[in-house]
Design a protein around this ligand. Structure first.
Ligand code: UDX
Length: 437
């Protein structure tokens, strides 16, 4: 199929490369000419394992092109909207400016029978509104909403072989047409048995908000248990293993620590609460406020635990933070718990050095006042406390005896509960986990 992808950020760039990999003819469009130049040259402007190889592979096949001009979307049968929906400044609600602008400019390039597919995460009701606009200008075009569930770090795999497809479609013949078009786009995955669910617009939009809310709730639930463990002397990691063995609960997303961050979970639960408020259903989601509170509290708790490790004062103490990205295998520092904690510690008088295999440049742009060090040994050197806040493999496998020779004082905070506490204590470290005795 001939496909256009409007918006070549994280979602769009991955989607464009994957659709070309599936054999489609794809044009990726973005107003940012620098980004388009990079992608056209085979360079991915962010860190995502496997994507550079895939991008170069499909560029060489000739099936993928990039353009800064929305007019180049003309000729495609299916147009995917993949622009960002960040949190509005000073508010909880989502900022739909990019969606509205991209959609409006796409209208000039549509041809009879085209299918427009929204993939961006939007407040429920957005698709119905856009469908009305579409019907006014192009009565024979159709809009579908097809939310994206990819995780950073696994974006290629999640796009090529997702857990499920969700199609939000209108009633009647247009809906049948949209379903047929999406089935053709995703025919490879469907033939391999990937489930697909067909629903109305509102349900499809809500699936995404509900999924992210559930994941956030699961993480905050175990972090709330960590708070209780801390006052009772219990171990939240054993507790998580034990409840996770119940198939109804499951062990995934039950890792207690410094909480969730990134460009999705925090802003998506807030946008969901804001939208529910607009619809008069705010009571239904009051619990998400608590989920958010528990999550933010974890960051303050990490600062207090560090102060405790350092004998009650942060003033002038050298602290090394391992990891700046919001999670491993990503260079994304949006709402990163690790970076937030590092900045707090610095504000409270500590001298903080941050290291990360991929995220230093982005972190430096956000918090230029912190010290950054690429080399792990140099970062640890002379530290009064080492904080593992993003669980990259190289930090999980750090040898406690080796690190002990570099630091000034052997204090370690395991903000993700991934180190072997026995090994670290045996090497003389004052080890503190989250929600562990
Ligand atoms: C998330 C959703 O998983 C994905 O389906 C959606 O499309 C976008 O948002 P992502 O933001 O890439 O994906 O990150 P995810 O892997 O979900 O992790 C989110 C945050 O939760 C990270 O900061 C991670 O460190 C934290 N987390 C995750 C925990 O604190 N504990 C856990 O058990 C799992």
């Amino acid at each position: 199929m001939r496909i256009s992808i409007i918006g070549c950020g994280y979602l769009g760039a991955v989607h464009a490369a994957c659709m070309a990999k599936l054999g489609h003819d794809v044009v990726g469009i973005d107003a940012d000419t620098w980004k388009i130049g990079e992608l056209q040259a085979g360079r991915v402007p962010f860190f995502e394992p496997g994507l550079p190889e895939l991008l170069n592979d499909v560029l060489a096949s000739g099936r993928l092109k990039f353009s800064p001009d929305i007019a180049d979307a003309k000729g495609a049968q299916v147009h995917f909207l993949c622009v960002g929906t960040p949190q509005r400044k000073g508010e909880y609600a989502a900022d739909l400016r990019h969606v509205d602008t991209a959609f409006a400019s796409l209208l000039d390039s549509l041809e009879p029978g085209n299918v427009v597919v929204g993939k961006s995460t939007v407040p429920v009701g957005t698709a119905a509104r856009l469908a009305e606009n579409l019907a006014e200008r192009h009565p024979d075009a159709v809009l579908a909403w097809n939310p994206e569930f990819l995780r950073e770090g696994f974006a290629v795999k999640d796009t090529l072989s997702p857990d499920r497809f969700v199609y939000g479609i209108p009633d009647g013949e247009p809906g049948v047409r949209a379903t047929a078009a999406l089935d053709e786009v995703y025919s490879t995955s469907l033939s391999l048995g990937t489930q697909r669910l067909v629903a109305d617009y509102a349900t499809a939009e809500l699936v995404k908000s509900a999924a992210n809310s559930f994941l956030a709730t699961k993480i905050s639930f175990i972090n709330a248990m960590a708070e209780v463990c801390e006052v009772t002397g219990a171990d939240v990691t054993v507790l998580a293993d034990a409840i996770g063995m119940d198939e109804r609960i499951g062990r995934k997303f039950l890792n207690a620590g410094i909480g969730f961050g990134g460009g999705c979970l925090p802003k998506d639960i807030r946008a969901f609460m804001a939208r529910a408020g607009e619809l008069g259903a705010d009571q239904a989601l009051t619990f998400l406020r608590e989920v958010d509170d528990i999550n933010v509290r974890r960051r303050m708790r990490a600062v207090e635990l560090t102060r405790g490790l350092l004998g009650g004062s942060l003033l002038g103490k050298h602290i090394t933070v391992l990891g700046a990205a919001f999670k491993p295998n990503s260079d994304d520092v949006r709402d990163s718990p690790a970076l937030n904690i590092a900045a707090q510690l610095q504000l409270q008088g500590a001298e903080v050095t941050v290291t990360d295999p991929q995220a230093i440049d982005g972190a430096r742009r956000r918090f230029p006042e912190l010290t950054y060090e690429h080399d792990l040994d140099c970062a640890i050197y002379d530290a009064d406390a080492v904080l593992l806040l993003t669980e990259w493999d190289q930090y999980r496998s750090l040898a406690p005896q080796h690190a002990a020779q570099l630091v000034r004082a052997k204090n370690v905070l395991d903000g993700r509960n991934t180190l072997d506490s026995l090994k670290w204590r045996a090497a003389g470290w004052n080890y503190k986990g989250i929600g562990r005795p």
